[in-house]
Design a binder for this molecule. Structure first.
Ligand code: BTN
Length: 264
């Protein structure tokens, strides 16, 4: 661990200063580069790190995305993971991603003066382009069958050059929508402030209303990529458990995160 947020004897980093009002973040580690902040946070959690231990890297050499994909993570973006120790059932653990999506969207609105949308389940969209991905990984306790800890990882594209040519069609970055890269630390702190507030009400899912209001999928036709094949369907709802509700040939289907990806 490199930095302790409230250690008065150490010179605080720009990020630590921004996090001063974010009481639930207890420790911050700020490596220049790592393979994956989720991997580092997981290691810290296994060593007993408390809830609110945060890892923020300038770049990642092996950033992880959903469904086994990689997450391109050059310098200029935000790559961070936090250790959570929620007292929730495994079924409710999916709500951490949902809750995080609302928190990131709120933080982007607040710091950048934009309106961020959410593409189920974990992508943040602006003007039809993905600017942020979220990956929550739970470690189960085999005795209690409850999560021992959850690593919540968030990657945000900030600087223009952080989006490679082949991703330019689908990926956007906040700088192209007017965010000053110097506001990175302010945005990071805003994300964790917003998340901290929503996380206290995790199981009541009070943020689901806002999640739906921000959804870029509701009412739209999508292509669902399932293990059994792909099909077209219309999104009719997102339920309280975070399932995507789609209608296909007159029948209603409930899609769980982790099973499929969805394309507009
Ligand atoms: C996705 O869009 O599929 C999820 C991407 C999640 C990327 C973040 S970057 C910080 C954290 N560390 C990782 O290795 N992944 C997450």
């Amino acid at each position: 661990m490199e930095h302790i947020v409230k250690d008065e004897n150490k010179k605080q980093t720009k990020l630590q200063k921004q996090l001063k009002d974010c009481a639930w973040i207890t420790f911050v580690s700020e490596p220049e580069e790592t393979d994956s902040t989720n991997r580092v946070a997981k290691q810290l959690a296994q060593e007993g790190a408390a809830e609110g231990t945060l890892v923020v890297a300038k770049r990642q050499s092996m950033g992880k995305g959903r469904l086994g994909r990689s997450f391109f993570s050059p310098e200029g973006g935000i790559y961070m993971s936090v250790v959570l120790r929620p007292q929730i059932t495994p079924e409710k653990a999916v709500l951490i991603t949902t809750c995080a999506a609302v928190a990131v969207a709120r933080a982007i609105d607040r710091v950048c003066g934009l309106h961020a949308g959410i593409k189920w389940v974990n992508d943040i969209f602006i003007n039809g382009k993905k600017v942020c991905g979220i990956l929550a990984e739970a470690e189960m306790n085999p005795e209690t069958a409850m999560p021992e800890y959850v690593i919540l990882g968030i990657g945000i594209n900030v600087k223009k050059q952080s989006v490679p040519e082949e991703l330019k069609e689908i990926a956007g970055c906040l700088e192209e929508y007017g965010m000053m890269p110097e506001k990175k630390e302010e945005l990071i702190a805003a994300v964790w402030e917003e998340f901290g507030m929503l996380y206290t009400d995790l199981s009541t899912a009070v943020y689901m209303k806002e999640y739906k209001e921000r959804s870029v999928l509701l009412g739209r036709e999508v292509t669902v990529f399932a293990a059994t094949g792909e099909y077209k369907a219309v999104v009719s709802d997102i339920d309280e458990e975070g399932h995507l509700v789609v209608e296909r040939d007159g029948s209603v289907q409930y899609i769980s995160t982790g099973e499929v990806s969805v394309r507009l």
